[in-house]
Design a protein. Structure first.
Ligand code: PEP
Ligand code: MN
Length: 286
């Protein structure tokens, strides 16, 4: 068996695993999600509801975010909820709605697989498979999405270091799948005024250490609708290759995470502001 080497950048005191390392592969990896390129010059915006709830909810939201410039639709069919009594998602019915909306809008879809047993099913319907924060160190799941030939959106564990995050990505690449997008979504700190502490310094650090694209989730990162726009812009200014944001046609009636979901008009306004920030840092949003 080939020995897998680790690469230690001179100025950072952590060990970076080989396959994800920028020292091993100097060229940025571009992840292709059904024709949409994440990690190129364009900043890719992923938007949609936290959870798929109904045809109407998904269609109205998708149509609006697409018009505003989102390139990929998000929406959970299998939801990791803190309480077993909370809405758990529509399951396969939600996956069917996602693929139906993809057909109608042309937007590729990303949705979460929470368990190894869900990977095959999710891969049948989705264009990109999300591994959620709570599962970042679910090693059998990482291996399973690594074997599956779909792009993966890997969210940082809420208590994971950057070294642990990169090692989790390494699991996926080690199974032969290099189509991995890293997502900073906030970490737990001593701070309690926000849902999480969005670690924007993770963007330049991950890009310093790895060739994989990095996106940011300001929705889960803050938990506060009013704070999402400013953190979204800050993330693009700090070099993010994309954003994933929760948007809902009726946030107050959302079955999940309504308090951090943007209204359709607010998302549309935000897109024009993000375009300006992207341009200022030499990127673009089409
Ligand atoms: C999500 O994006 O739907 C989600 C559950 O986020 P996280 O895994 O980052 O909590
Ligand atoms: Mn959510």
């Amino acid at each position: 068996m080939e020995t897998i080497l680790c690469n230690n950048p001179a100025d950072v005191k952590i060990t970076v695993p080989s396959l994800v390392s920028l020292q091993k592969k100097q060229e940025a990896t571009i992840v292709k999600v059904n024709g949409i390129e994440v990690g190129g010059s364009e900043v890719i915006i992923i938007a949609g509801p936290c959870a798929v709830e109904s045809m109407e909810q998904l269609f109205e939201t998708a149509r609006s975010v697409k018009t505003a410039g989102a390139k990929i639709l998000r929406g959970g069919a299998f939801k990791p909820r803190s309480s077993p009594y909370s809405f758990q998602g529509l399951g396969e019915e939600g996956l069917k709605l996602l693929s139906q909306i993809r057909k109608e809008t042309g937007l590729p879809v990303v949705t979460e697989a929470m368990d190894t047993r869900q990977v095959e099913l999710v891969a049948e319907y989705a264009d990109m498979i999300q591994v959620g924060s709570r599962n970042m160190q679910n090693y059998p799941l990482l291996k399973e999405v690594g074997k599956c030939r779909k792009p993966v959106l890997l969210k940082r564990g809420m208590m994971a270091t950057i070294e642990e995050f990169l090692n989790s990505a390494e699991y996926i690449l080690n199974e032969g799948n290099d189509q991995v997008v890293l997502c900073e979504r906030g970490i737990r700190t001593f701070e309690t005024s926000m849902r999480n502490t969005l670690d924007l310094s993770a963007i330049p650090m991950l890009k310093h250490l790895s060739h994989l694209p990095v996106i940011v989730d300001p929705s889960h990162g803050t938990g506060l609708r009013w704070m999402v726009p400013v953190m979204a812009k800050a993330a693009v200014a700090a070099g993010a290759d994309g954003l994933i944001m929760e948007v809902h046609y009726r946030p107050d009636a959302a079955l999940c995470d309504g308090e951090q979901s943007l209204h359709l008009d607010k998302f549309t306004n935000l897109m024009s502001e993000i375009r300006k920030v992207a341009k200022a840092v030499g990127r673009k949003i089409l």
